[in-house]
Write a protein that binds this ligand. Structure first.
Ligand code: CTP
Length: 428
């Protein structure tokens, strides 16, 4: 994997080991997220326009709330054009309140970011005031609130501002920046708002689901190869894409991930420990070796159910009219791990050409799984495609995930696994 200095697709800002998977990782941290962007008065308000553009480009829904002061620097029309949403500034505005009341708006947000956050806004937030729409929303929202301070360096250094920021931090407000450097007023020092790409990255990390923080996850992925002789093997069409996406999504959700991968042509997903294997027997051994303290086992691998009873040491010659192959059953890695007394939360995959639900439910029951993800294969669906759809079953319910990219599907699946794992932990 090449290390490049910035994302070629211009969706990432930081220098990542790129390209593709990790960019997409950051991309989906923001995708479909609902961001309430508060803009307060300050020259840096114009940079909030660029931030809005970047957020929208990453797939976020952005609703902008401006203070009166902000409107002296940028017009609401700028943000409306960039966000595609009406901009709000008044608390008591009949038309806007009828469309979405301020409490509803506060609940709508996945995160609130105030950029720029003036000294005045910081003081009002620290004082718990609700004297305009923005401060009211900050009090009313259950979502994380972040501020990106922007002010003259002397105002930033003022003990009153420092005390307000310390109090906000103590109460859980995230403070992004400020940066140090040349200021609009000509001063040099701390107080510059972080640049929009840096704010985007900070917000992405804040929103990157920490659903599996502190958990250990083991994933098997790809096909296995069962050698017949030194040049031939039995295998299947699995590309490993779904498993690799699941491993990466688990890592992005904060888990410590080991990925046991059969032979696939895929680069390492970021942040996971990858162990390469060939055969089902090797996958079985590697899975058991990495099982210590594992909280979640996700078996996405298409493990060969059988292997040749014997592997010829020399190439098999075509000197017979027919050839009989004798096959031996491979261990069922998932069933074995799920049947242990100390079994982790076990998730199986069921790739089926027909009777999807029936076969998936049978695997859930017979292998004593916590969850099974069923996906249709054949007719161009499933194995080598970049998209997939899943129906996920667990003993008390099911959820359907429509056709989408495997990376986005993996993220949704990880969120569901985290939800069910938490429920199981609460019950035990
Ligand atoms: N699995 C496994 N070890 C095996 C076979 C399967 O860990 N030797 C896991 C797969 O990773 C998957 C689940 O079991 O999560 C279901 O695999 P699948 O091959 O679809 O089902 P089988 O149980 O092998 O049944 P069948 O082939 O008859 O459909």
């Amino acid at each position: 994997m090449d290390v490049i200095s910035s994302c070629v697709q211009e969706v990432c800002w930081a220098p990542f080991e790129c390209c593709g998977a990790r960019c997409e990782g950051y991309y989906y941290a923001m995708n479909h997220r609902k961001i309430l962007l508060g803009v307060s008065g300050g020259i840096a308000a114009y940079k909030a326009a660029e931030l809005t553009r970047l957020l929208v480009r990453r797939g976020a829904s952005v609703r902008v709330v401006m203070t009166r002061g902000a409107q002296a620097f940028v017009t609401p029309m700028t943000f409306q054009a960039l966000s595609g949403e009406a901009v709000r500034s008044e608390l008591f505005d009949d038309a806007h309140e009828a469309a979405m009341g301020h409490i509803e708006l506060a609940r709508w947000a996945d995160a609130v970011l105030i950029a720029p956050a003036s000294a005045n806004v910081l003081a009002r937030l620290a004082g718990g005031m609700a004297d305009d729409l923005l401060t009211t929303l900050c009090l009313a929202t259950p979502a994380p609130v972040a501020v990106a301070p922007a002010m003259n360096q002397q105002m930033w250094r003022n003990p009153a501002t420092q005390a307000n920021v310390a109090l906000l931090r103590e109460r859980g407000t995230h403070v992004f920046g400020p940066a140090t450097g040349e200021q609009a007023c000509g001063d040099i020092g701390p107080g510059r708002m972080l640049e929009p790409p840096a704010l985007l990255e900070a917000l992405s990390s804040l929103l990157a689901s920490p659903a599996l923080a502190g958990k250990r996850v083991l994933v098997t992925a790809g096909p296995t190869r069962e050698p017949l002789d030194p040049v031939r093997f039995l295998s299947n069409r699995s590309s490993g894409k779904m498993g690799f996406a699941v491993a990466e999504a688990a890592a992005r959700a904060g888990a410590d991930v080991a990925l046991i991968a059969g032979p696939v042509a895929l680069p390492d997903p970021g942040l996971v420990k990858r162990v390469n294997v060939e055969t089902a027997a090797e996958m079985h051994t590697a899975a058991l070796e990495h099982l210590d303290n594992v909280d979640v086992f996700i078996a996405t691998a298409a493990v060969s159910d059988y292997r040749p009873a014997a592997t010829e040491r020399r190439k098999i010659k075509k000197d017979q009219a027919t050839l009989q192959l004798s096959l031996t059953r491979n261990p069922d890695i998932l069933a074995e791990i799920a049947s242990r007394d100390d079994a982790p939360f076990c998730v199986g995959f069921a790739a089926e050409t027909d009777r999807l639900e029936e076969y998936a439910l049978a695997k859930l029951r017979d292998k004593r799984l916590d969850m099974v993800a069923a996906n249709p294969v054949g007719d161009g669906q499933g194995f080598d495609s970049d998209d997939n759809r899943l129906i996920v079953f667990w003993p008390e319910g099911q959820r359907e995930f429509p056709l989408q990219s495997k990376t986005s599907l993996a993220r949704e699946l990880i969120d569901l696994i985290a939800e069910r794992l938490e429920r199981k932990d609460e019950e035990n």
